[in-house]
Each structure stands twice: as C-alpha cells, then as structure tokens.
Design a protein around this ligand. Sequence first.
Ligand SMILES: [Zn+2]
Length: 163
Amino acid sequence: MLLDISKAFKFLGQEFEFSGIQTLDSQNIYGETIKVEPVNIVGCFLSTDKEILLHGNLKTILHGECARCLKDVNLSMNINFSEVFVKESDVIDKDNEDYFYYQGHKIDLEEMVRVLIISSIPMKFVCNNSFCDTNLFENSNNKPKKENPFNVLHELFKNDEEV
Ligand SMILES: [Zn+2]
C-alpha cells in the first residue's frame, strides 16, 4: 500500500488521517508457513520536515497450523503502532532498525506492516485444545524442561547416603 504524504509537507506538524488495506504474501516464520489475511490499517501521519511520524492500528487474521496437532489455527492480530519514517536519501546508517524509509512523497507501508506482524507472532502456533495448550513447552527443546520431582527426591536420598 502506497501512502501519499504530500499534504503533510505543505502543513508541517498537522496530522492527516488515512486508512487502507495492505496485502502480504504468506510468511515463513520459525519454519512454518503462515497465511496473512489482507491487513486493515487506520492511522494518522504528520511531517516534522525531517521525518514522517505515523501512528495507528492494524488488524488482520493469521492462519497457521497447530504446532502439536496440525489443526488449522486462526489468530486475530490487533496491533497499535507508532513509527518514524526517514527520507531514504538522508540516511547514513542503513542498518538502524529504529525507523523505516520513504522516498519522494510516498510511503510504502508493506515493510512496516510485515515487521509489525512478524514481531507480534507467538513463538509457536497452538490451537485452543487444552492438551495442545498445556503440553507445548514440555516437548519443546527451546524451553526449560520442568524438573521431574522424582529426580529431586533421588538427589536428596543420594546426599543422605553420602553423609
Ligand atoms: Zn492443537
């Protein structure tokens, strides 16, 4: 979605409302393919001369597979954002991730929407089946394993024997 920001340059510091829809390709996240429904965006933009400030809200629904039972999972996203856009030709440090870029009098919102959605996606998609919900972490190698109470007892007895 291309946002025309030309009026913000004529009236510095004044907020302008906008709304629209951004479509995104399926995203591959942590090895899983996640489908993104068209993203509804509403917000305001203003120019401070050097930068464009954009804030608002985006809503969409993600479709993925439950990491446990492979059932389809829908996840609604409702994300508030407040971002800074800098003119691409003014940027020296392109690795700075604190802001996005614009060229001319238009902002391409695709990159911002993608970053906002990806950073809000949970590590694992799980369905609301209580089995999937509660047992997820015990089977994941990335999460600390729950301590087995019998191992703890065993350690206690071992210590007693040594004393
Ligand atoms: Zn499940």
